[in-house]
Design a protein around this ligand. Structure first.
Ligand SMILES: Cc1cc2nc3c(=O)[nH]c(=O)nc-3n(C[C@H](O)[C@H](O)[C@H](O)COP(=O)(O)OP(=O)(O)OC[C@H]3O[C@@H](n4cnc5c(N)ncnc54)[C@H](O)[C@@H]3O)c2cc1C
Length: 196
């Protein structure tokens, strides 16, 4: 099985980290030309649930890096009036972390291969899997998957963008110029590039 993720935002990258940790290959596509292209806000507050979720999906060293680079908020919030007179102090229980959005994004990008400049337009599903289509006209078929009975990933799909392999019956998934190379076995009769 392989997964196509559209959008290298916090959600898409977190998903990619979780899939990677679970050993499921994925490819992330992002319409921006680079991670630095757009300012994406300043700081992000992460509460206990967010911290727990990140601990579960990130490799331990990346979660440690996240914790080390996050600021710890005071355990309370002061409420002032218009003359800055303290009205009340709200006690904030639990975890409160503040992290720079770009720092978090860099952590989430670690080990990920993202195809930038790829604007997703639509997808199509057939019996071989799903094909994502992009504005640049180069589609990606999520055509590699593991079957319960197969020990190697299988690769197929009517839009299989794989170069012809020198080994009959096998191909290397290379959708997009920066996609990971995933050895697979082609199961599609319509895969014109794989010399099955
Ligand atoms: C002002 C503000 C403050 C916030 N503060 C907090 C906070 O303190 N704590 C907190 O937990 N959350 C906060 N949030 C929410 C948090 O920012 C979002 O939940 C989070 O960014 C969502 O992540 P996402 O990956 O789903 O979307 P995004 O971060 O929006 O990422 C989506 C990505 O998909 C890409 N994309 C979109 N369409 C396409 C396409 N067609 N093809 C290819 N790529 C595409 C975009 O370019 C983008 O990079 C805040 C949000 C706002 C607006």
């Amino acid at each position: 099985m392989s997964v196509i993720i559209i959008g290298a935002g916090l959600g898409g990258l977190t998903l990619a980290q979780g899939l990677g940790r679970a050993g499921i290959p994925c490819q992330v596509y992002e319409r921006d030309p680079s991670p630095e292209f757009r300012k994406q806000g300043y700081r992000l507050h992460i509460g206990g649930a967010g911290d727990t979720a990140l601990r579960e999906v990130l490799r331990p060293e990346l979660h440690e890096l996240f914790r080390a680079t996050a600021g710890r908020a005071l355990p309370h919030t002061n409420v002032y009036d218009e003359r800055l007179r303290l009205l009340t102090r709200l006690e904030d229980e639990g975890t409160h972390l503040n992290i720079n959005r770009f720092t978090l994004r860099q952590i989430l990008l670690h080990g990920q291969e993202v195809s930038y400049g790829k604007r997703f337009t639509h997808h199509a599903i057939d019996e071989d899997g799903v094909t994502a289509h992009f504005a640049d006209g180069l589609p990606h078929a999520a055509a590699c998957w593991w079957e319960p009975t197969a020990s190697t990933p299988r690769c197929g799909g009517s839009t299989c963008r794989t170069p012809r392999s020198s080994t009959p019956g096998s191909c290397t998934s290379t959708a997009g110029s920066r996609s990971p190379r995933t050895p697979g076995r082609c199961s599609s009769r319509r895969c014109s590039r794989c010399s099955r």
